[in-house]
Design a protein around this ligand. Sequence first.
Ligand SMILES: [Zn+2]
Length: 238
Amino acid sequence: MSPRFPRWHVGGTCLLVETDKGPVLVDTGLGLHDFFSPALMVRFFRFDLGVHDDPDSTAVRQIARLGYRPEDVRHIVMTHLHFDHAGGLPDFPHAQVHVHRREVEAMQHPRTWIEIAYDRSDFAHHPAWVLYDEPDAEWLGWEAIRLPFSPEMFFVPLFGHTRGHCGVAIQDGKGWLFQCADALPANTEYDITPPWLSRLVLGPHVERLRSWAQTHPEVRMLAGHMWKSFFEAQNRAA
Ligand SMILES: [Zn+2]
């Protein structure tokens, strides 16, 4: 995205994790239908946020370049169901979709201004939901919900951005990757968001996540949207 502000070049982060149950997607980003037949709300956001008109950036086309077919993805873990995270769900109709129960309720009955950013056409294919409720584990000091995959994966409830928004912790070699999604601003070292705006849009967890990250250098923190420099660094590393 290149919104109409100077130097704002942001991308959405989706992860493909190799597990004992095959490749698992964590969030899908925009999907093909968002480019070829976008809903009115998505058209508005695409214009407003300056989303590049590039269907090759969708998860389904990116994983095809890695040699996977859409039907290889049997499981998708969702941080939340906003259109910019869930738009790719119809591209993977065979997948079970793991998400917090509160998030599906928020999508079905939106109450707050930020909960209007659900696009019903992302769910028109009636995804096979796998719903989660109460924390049943602890992950490095956070209440967590264990997900049924190896390497280990946990939902970390970070409600606030939306009613059922969760971070996802993923065991990554010797360390961990913590996808905080929209509970954290894009790459914090460049963060220019004033605290009041950050609290309004991202919810109440930013300060705790930041101070926690200081004491856990073995955990790589990730936000749902990262500045362009992050993706350029990933491409160089690949
Ligand atoms: Zn969101």
